[in-house]
Design a protein around this ligand. Sequence first.
Ligand code: SF4
Ligand code: SF4
Length: 322
Amino acid sequence: MVEPLRTATDISPATLERSIAAVRPEALYAERIDLLQVNLGRRCNSSCTHCHQSCSPSCTEAMDEPTLDAVSRIAREVRPALVDITGGSPELHPGLPALVSRLRSADLRTQVRTNLTALLEPEAEGVIDHLAGAGVQLLASLPALTAEGYACQRGDRLQTALSVLERLNDAGWARSDNLRLDLSVDSSGYGADCSECELTARYRAALTDDLGIHFNDLVLITTMPIGRFRAALERRGEYEAYLSGLAERFNPATVAGLSCRTAIEIAWDGTLSDCDFNLAAGLRTAEGEPAHISEFDTERLARRRIRFAPHCWACTAGAGSG
Ligand code: SF4
Ligand code: SF4
């Protein structure tokens, strides 16, 4: 096995790059674009404690019409395996229905991320029916199964979120082949040692066996030390120790599968980043690479150098993330 080149306290991006290069030098670069992730903006009906984008109801960033048009055009050119639409709450963006219609009419597999409760907001009226009719898959976040666990991250709305899941099942999600419904769970509520398998079994028992709520798969997302979570760590004076802990758990097996190697992120203002986490950290693509949708160059972006940052230690720790 190749030994990573690092020390317990050296958490610099340069050290991370050397650790990655020692395992697989080509992992410093993208290898293709399978996933086109589109962030419609930071407005959200929640303001979760772990939110890496620091989204809230008062955020005003939102993708404008010319950028939405450019996203549709680029998605048709790139033809990724998946167009993944996120936010904030993408359900609250008035351009979402038209965007998914254009993507689906080009036969592009499309996923919308939802926190579930946003689908009940007045601005999202008709969105459930539209997404079902268009055959859009959903990645729904459900951070906890208990009222207390849910409330400490997202407020007192667990029953509302569960009622939306029931409504999605009734509309066909997780019941018909073209309407996948996957759940995402943030690791902050369960600890770094909880495995995706174990959590899937827990969610299957609590939701499907006890309540009759169906879903396809569960995705465990590692909490990233950026945004509100980073601010909380810094307030407690724990940020450096947290990153050192991640660096200690560097796992060479994660390097080949870093999600940024097969993805690109388009932000609400058209800027390009390697992933949603880099976008949240205010990092565009690496210097010298196309940095805005107006410069989109599929060939170059599919081979671009990745811009690594301290939070990337979370993607190379343990079972990996991102
Ligand atoms: S984590 Fe998701 S639901 Fe919570 S504030 Fe951020 S975007 Fe909204
Ligand atoms: S945070 Fe983003 S850029 Fe960094 S390793 Fe993870 S996916 Fe790649």
